[in-house]
Design a protein around this ligand. Structure first.
Ligand SMILES: Cc1cc2nc3c(=O)[nH]c(=O)nc-3n(C[C@H](O)[C@H](O)[C@H](O)COP(=O)(O)OP(=O)(O)OC[C@H]3O[C@@H](n4cnc5c(N)ncnc54)[C@H](O)[C@@H]3O)c2cc1C
Length: 465
């Protein structure tokens, strides 16, 4: 009987093992807890939620809602357990954490094709395998992985700057330019002295996230958080990442007092990150500070800045959109290690890695979901994002293509070629879910008839135009 190995029984590994076993493939699952614990896990349960107990919003305006629906369509074990263990939480899918992970553990342990081995894997497995060892992958296995991917392609901490959606940047304020007339690859948000003073005082007052002892990082010059740079002096950011040198503002013909630069993150230019703005500020305060930057006053933050310990691959350098390692195509990666962030994203990439490992073991080619689906958008991003300063990514609407003006005109009439997010996202949700389900049927999977959450009749009427 064909066999695959899965290392790690967290969110991604548990889902990977069950996805592979559901195709009739024997699975050897290796998990080091409880023999060896990570600094964040507290139990021996599989799929332990180490912090919050939420898998994100369910609404059809929410990008996580689409990913949840895709996962439910293919009978994800994590989604099954989440629904069985759910707690009331408004529009979010929150769970009773012990019940949730006990259910996943039972599903894995009771599966006749899955054999669980307890202990730390210190070498990469031979044969077809999924590596799902998460943000706290043990040192020995990290070293083995670095030997295959190259040392530069595995990071041990995340010092990430916020990323914003392009269509939320006010380009009547921001301008495209490179320093000293180099190619205009950057978007620049100019500040006058007054705006800079306001920004500097807000960042000084903003509150930071308090890391666990084991998460504390030394700040290297290259990854100093912006709040720390600001704390060192009024002008320090202006002489560092906010330097205006060589950037002529087309409206004045002069260099501004300070500039925040944004660099393109994805091939399509839907996401832009703030250069040199890695930050550990609390998310609420981060948003307040960011929206003081001219041009970003209505910015939609698709990924907040974070600073914490995290083991992850530079996905665009090392992973394909089927989640196979470029350097060893029989080895698939999933979860945070593959460059995603979040419980749901980990489970979803675990499902795809498990599916593809099983397909390979059965003599079939690995597959990837369509670009319009959230899972398809996420894995395409991993494989093709800007590898320079790559940071793990969570689900968001900028991962999937926007609706074309033609589609909008078809739905809302020729006079309305632009629509707001509240109207657009439910359409993107339905488009993505339909594409995902068609694709899943096409690759031979049984698909559940999952539908978008019910809407109030007046909302339906508004959407129907
Ligand atoms: C402190 C912290 C808080 C977080 N909070 C949230 C949050 O609130 N919400 C959210 O959505 N995401 C959160 N995340 C991010 C991420 O979604 C979770 O870490 C998620 O559990 C990742 O899933 P995973 O499958 O990649 O890794 P994990 O769920 O951590 O699973 C990895 C498994 O591999 C095992 N393992 C590691 N090395 C080996 C080895 N050598 N041999 C055998 N087994 C091994 C581990 O014991 C673990 O069981 C947090 C991360 C951290 C570190």
């Amino acid at each position: 009987m064909p066999e695959v190995t899965v290392i790690g029984a967290g969110l991604s590994g548990s889902e990977a093992a069950l996805a592979a076993a559901s195709l009739g493939v024997r699975v050897k699952l290796i998990e080091m807890r409880p023999t060896r614990m990570t600094p964040a896990h507290r139990t021996a349960n599989f799929a332990e939620l180490v912090c919050s107990n939420s898998l994100g919003g369910e609404a059809d305006t929410n990008a996580k809602g689409l990913l949840q629906a895709e996962m439910r369509s293919v009978r994800s074990a994590v989604m099954d357990a989440a629904f069985a263990a759910r707690l009331p939480a408004g529009g979010a899918l929150a769970v009773e954490r012990e019940d949730f992970s006990a259910r996943v553990t039972r599903a894995v342990r009771d599966h006749p094709l899955i054999h669980v081995t307890e202990g730390e894997a210190t070498e990469l497995p031979q044969g077809i395998a999924v590596l799902a060892t998460g943000p706290l992958t043990s040192d020995a296995l990290s070293a083995a992985l670095r030997n295959v991917t190259g040392a530069d392609h595995l990071s041990f901490y995340d010092a990430a700057a916020p990323v914003v959606a392009f269509d939320s940047i006010d380009m009547s304020v921001a301008f495209r330019a490179g320093r000293y007339d180099q190619s205009a690859d950057y978007i620049n948000c100019p500040m006058n002295r007054e705006e800079y003073e306001r920004f500097h005082s807000a960042i000084e007052q903003a509150r930071g996230h308090t890391p666990h002892d084991w998460e504390k990082l030394e700040f290297f010059d290259g990854c100093m958080p912006i709040e720390e740079i600001a704390r060192r002096g009024f002008d320090t950011p202006r002489f560092g990442p906010m330097s205006p040198k060589g950037l002529d503002d087309p409206r004045t013909g002069r260099w501004p007092y300070a500039v925040v630069q944004l660099r393109q993150e994805d091939r399509e230019g839907r996401m832009w990150s703030l250069v040199g703005f890695q930050t550990g500020l609390k998310w609420g305060d981060q948003k307040t500070v960011l929206q003081l930057i001219p041009g970003l006053q209505n910015a939609e933050i698709v990924r907040y800045g974070v600073m914490h310990r995290n083991t992850y691959l530079n996905a665009p350098e090392s992973v394909t959109d089927t989640l196979a390692l470029r350097a060893r195509p029989t080895l698939f990666v999933a979860g945070v290690l593959a460059g995603t962030e979040g419980y749901l994203e980990s489970a979803a990439t675990g499902w795809l890695a498990g599916l593809n490992a099983a397909r390979l073991a059965l003599g079939e080619a690995p597959v990837t979901p369509p670009a319009e689906s959230m899972l398809g958008g996420l894995v395409r991003y991993l494989a093709s994002a800007n590898p320079k300063n790559f940071q793990p990514m969570n689900t968001n609407w900028a991962l999937v293509p926007d609706l074309s003006p033609e589609v909008i005109a078809q739905k809302f009439g020729e006079k309305r070629r632009k629509i707001g997010k509240r109207e657009k996202r439910p359409l993107m949700y339905r488009r993505g879910l339909a594409a995902f389900q068609d694709w899943a049927r096409g690759v031979g999977l049984t698909v559940e008839d999952v539908r978008p959450p019910e809407k109030a009749p007046e909302e339906e009427a508004a959407l129907a135009g």
